[in-house]
Design a protein around this ligand. Structure first.
Ligand SMILES: Nc1ncnc2c1ncn2[C@@H]1O[C@H](COP(=O)(O)OP(=O)(O)OP(=O)(O)O)[C@@H](O)[C@H]1O
Ligand SMILES: O=C(O)C[C@@H](O)[C@H](O)C(=O)CO
Length: 334
């Protein structure tokens, strides 16, 4: 029996909600951005990356978001359409907002950072009235990216989408996706993310992101098992804790724990791992796979993307992921 009982016969499998941005990845890698002369433009934004990852694996994917009325906004919409992602609830802002930019610095394979230009970003101007109930109810699952909670009216749009999802039996997958540059305080982050996590069926986050949701309430333990139990007392059936190059630990409400390692990678940059992991993991859930198989698929996907210059463009196909798994089939630590 599948861990997450998705509703059947929906026109879409997954709808992602949140940031649609542009990554500008430094071409001159292994040096500080002060020395960078050129960048390559990619579609960016964690939920956009996850949507692309899922769609490239065959997940029927839609998106709820807002883009700027500029060349980048048009590029984003065209890219999503080219990837087969439904954009019926992607709204174009007409107030003069701009597209969020993520300038990525690759000082070394292990030392990467992101310089964010987020002022007046269109994605955070998504309004509650622009989230369509008739759209949300078409999906089996709604992926909420935590950064969409960072500012109003996007914050209220998230809660509107969440209400529609619960009303129509759409499963909620919450990727905390903490990005400090968009928030006013850690407490604010913890409080609003916790409000979504309490209504989520699946919660995906790093250890520090779970800590953010525990700290404001005096529940900080830095303990994955404690964290999982806390969320199982709410609505969660699956809690996935990401631990970077150390792998991941998944907890299911039936009391089982699944540890996964990482696949070898020729690391170019660290970021993009979480989004590729999440997209492939969610694909596995839709396939009805066991949790450990979903984790293995996600880990293999991440090893491909961290070995690539881009995030979105590098999201792999099923065949590419299966080839990585086959290449290391003899190992028992993956
Ligand atoms: N260096 C690596 N080599 C291979 N796999 C990795 C590496 N780093 C991370 N992964 C895989 O990707 C998963 C998610 O990585 P991580 O915990 O860094 O997520 P994240 O912080 O959300 O990433 P992102 O940088 O995309 O925000 C890990 O659980 C692991 O399976
Ligand atoms: O999510 C962001 O704003 C940055 C992403 O576009 C970037 O690709 C990344 O950090 C992926 O995790």
């Amino acid at each position: 029996m599948s861990l997450i009982s998705f509703p059947a016969d929906r026109p879409l499998d997954l709808i992602a909600l949140g940031r649609l941005c542009i990554d500008m990845n430094a071409n001159e890698i292994n040096r500080p951005m002060e020395e960078t002369l050129t960048f390559t433009k990619y579609l960016g934004g964690s939920p956009a990356n996850i949507a692309i990852a899922a769609a490239r694996l065959g997940v029927r994917t839609g998106f709820v978001g807002k883009v700027a009325d500029d060349q980048f906004g048009r590029f984003i919409r065209q890219y999503l359409t080219k990837e087969g992602i439904n954009t019926d609830n992607v709204v174009t802002d007409r107030t003069g907002s701009v597209t969020g930019l993520a300038f990525t610095e690759i000082r070394s394979p292990q030392d990467c950072s992101i310089l964010m230009y987020r002022d007046n970003a269109a994605d955070l101007k998504l309004a509650p009235g622009e989230v369509k109930e008739d759209y949300i109810k078409q999906a089996k699952a709604l992926l909420i990216s935590g950064t969409a909670l960072a500012k109003s009216p996007s914050r209220e749009a998230v809660f509107m989408a969440l209400e529609y999802a619960v009303k129509h039996g759409v499963r909620v997958i919450f990727d905390v996706d903490y990005r400090p540059y968009s928030w006013n305080s850690l407490e604010e982050t913890g409080i609003y993310c916790r409000m979504v996590a309490e209504k989520s069926d699946v919660i995906i986050a790093g250890r520090e992101e779970f800590d953010l949701m525990e700290a404001p309430f005096g529940e900080l333990r830095h303990d994955d098992w404690y964290t999982a139990e806390m969320w199982f007392r709410c609505k969660a059936r699956l809690v996935l804790v990401k631990h970077g190059s150390k792998g991941s630990i998944a907890f299911t409400k039936d009391g089982k724990t699944y540890r996964a390692g990482t696949f070898p990678a020729n690391v170019v940059k660290t970021f993009g791992a979480g989004d590729s992991f999440a997209g492939a993991f969610i694909y596995g859930l839709f396939q009805g796979w066991s949790v450990d198989r979903c984790q293995q698929f996600g880990s293999a996907s991440a090893s491909i993307v961290v070995s690539s210059h881009s995030c979105s463009d590098a999201m792999p196909t099923v065949e590419q992921i299966e080839a990585v798994i086959a290449q290391h089939s003899g190992r028992n630590d993956l």
